[in-house]
Design a protein around this ligand. Sequence first.
Ligand code: PTJ
Length: 268
Amino acid sequence: MTDVEIPADHPRYESLVTRHRIEAGIEKGITSRQGLIAQGRGEAFDYLLGERTIPSARAAERAAAALLLSADHPVLSVNGNVAALVPEEIVELAAATEADLEVNLFNRTEERMERIAEHLREHGATEVKGLAGDGRIPGLSHERATVDADGIGAADVVLVPLEDGDRAEALASTGKTEIVIDLNPGSRSSRSAAVPIVDNIVRAIPNVTRHARELSDAPIEELQYVIDSFDREEALEAAETAIRRGSFDDDGDAEADGRNDDAEANDE
Ligand code: PTJ
């Protein structure tokens, strides 16, 4: 199934490649089947956003880089979708910001935890947290509360991509600064984040890394300025507006906004 050739000249090539990476993740035992549903939801929002990084997301990505660089103990949380879509890129971001990588699953099984940790090591990670599972996010029941005490448990800044809303809210209420990557600006995860990045993770992670490299020698005052200049409410509103503008009119036709050649060519 995953060895299907996607023609490089297909107008929605990137989107189709992303979809196949999730399929491959399921076959490899790292992504949950629910990850497919999450991907479908994400794709719908990305389609309406024009499958591009909007300016407010770019500002969020820069603020996220500044936050990670100025943190005492930053942690990047990795779930089954993240591991399938951006394994090498998340390892690069961890290196660029000196952050820990922690496997943290909504549907936690030891087998999938091990496989994801191994997958990250295959893509260059030296240390992967999450397997100890000796800490808990307060306010959550069951296995989905499990974290590493010296990982997310001890972090001051946590990047949580594609997170379930309940967990994102519980984590934010512990006082940690939360950066969320989620294509839905109305989700509880986006709403609970100090820095919500409304962008596809396949674009967002390399963008944050690029900003982190640019800011790596910046004084703390400059990092603080980047963080303080970011307005989360404004960014969420800008994303909602972009989605509304990119949506379909009452007749079901794509609005003429300059990106519909691609949109209408979607014959998948
Ligand atoms: O691997 P696990 O067990 O930890 O499970 C991971 C999933 C993603 C299945 C789990 O956390 C889940 O069910 O998440 P939700 O509640 O479906 O939320 C996922 C959010 O991520 C949704 O708001 C989607 O719009 C968004 N999303 C999906 N794909 C992408 C995305 N955001 C950015 N980039 C994407 N590629």
